[in-house]
Ligand binder design. Structure first.
Ligand code: AMP
Length: 285
């Protein structure tokens, strides 16, 4: 496995692989790798011949007062994980490599970024879209792998690739959960044991949503009220949003129909946690 710290070196390594006819896979991450990231790496290893994992805590996607400084950066452990999972290159650029000068060009995916996290984290998605566009231009992957865990991000990136005719395929992998349902996340490290227990209510609320939809409830407000009730069982949970949106347009819907994304964002202690499920009602009714 190679470790590339510069844009030039990762480009060189990928170029050599491509010249041998290898299909290139990219897994963009911010590091602190866990089984969620590993599932993406495994999907990439399965589908592609040459896998690049980028580890870059992108400063531009953190808002003022967010956890950019304290975001975990256990590089040695991350490299060990990559070494064991069949990664060919780990791209670990310093911010100066990615942003050698003030960045004044941004990719702004409209509409899909107005709701959910986009409403609470202004400029977050344009920074995510921009850094992904940069990574796609640097690595030129045939396929890039993202997690359903960040559902809105996956929708935004897919749309950017479609709208800008970017020559790659986006694969979205299912959310990896702990046995108790909590979605695995680098930010779970911020939680105490007690808070981790409270955090299991997030998935419980999403399961309730699925149950209600399966039982034929079509009024979003009724479902959201039940989800909020579950989350309010733990006083440590501060709800940021509980929403049901159309899974394509990411616009809130009053009546459940077609493919919907139920999404939750909460704060517990200093951690901001998000989770979601996709429900396709057209398959059931
Ligand atoms: P991050 O390092 O948090 O930016 O995540 C990098 C990629 O891993 C993103 O595409 C995430 O959606 C994905 N990811 C993070 N957690 C999980 C999880 N629990 N299951 C599946 N994918 C995940």
């Amino acid at each position: 496995m190679e470790i590339a710290k510069t844009v030039e070196s990762v480009k060189r390594l990928v170029k050599a692989a491509r010249s041998k006819g290898k299909k290139i896979g990219l897994v963009p991450t911010m590091g602190a790798l866990h089984i969620g990231h590993i599932s993406l790496i495994e999907a990439a290893v399965k589908k592609c011949d040459f896998v690049v994992v980028s580890i870059f805590v992108n400063p531009t996607q953190f808002g003022p007062g967010e956890d950019f400084e304290k975001y975990p950066r256990p590089l040695e452990t991350d490299l060990e994980i990559c070494g064991k999972t069949g990664v060919d290159v780990v791209f670990t650029p310093a911010p100066q490599q990615m942003y050698p000068q003030e960045n004044i060009t941004w990719v702004n995916v409209e509409k899909l970024t107005e709701q959910l996290c986009g409403q609470l984290r202004p400029a977050h998605f344009r920074a995510v879209a921009t850094v992904c566009a940069k990574l796609f231009n640097i690595v030129e992957p045939d396929t890039a792998f993202f997690g359903q865990k960040d559902g809105q991000q996956a929708i935004v990136i897919k749309r950017m690739v479609a709208d800008l005719n970017m020559p790659l395929e986006i694969v979205v992998c299912p959310t990896v959960r702990q046995p108790d349902g909590l979605a695995v996340s680098s930010r779970n490290q911020y939680l105490t044991e007690e808070q981790k227990k409270d955090a299991t209510l997030i998935y419980k609320s999403l399961q309730k949503c699925r149950e209600m939809i399966d039982a034929g409830v079509t009024d979003s407000e009724t479902i959201i009220a039940e989800m909020r009730k579950i989350l309010s069982q733990a006083p440590s949970i501060r709800i940021e949003y509980v929403s049901i949106v159309d899974a394509e347009t990411v616009q809130a819907i009053d009546r459940i129909t077609g493919k919907v994304l139920a999404a939750v964002a909460v704060k517990i202690g200093s951690a901001r946690l998000i989770d979601n499920i996709l429900v396709d009602t057209s398959k059931k009714r």
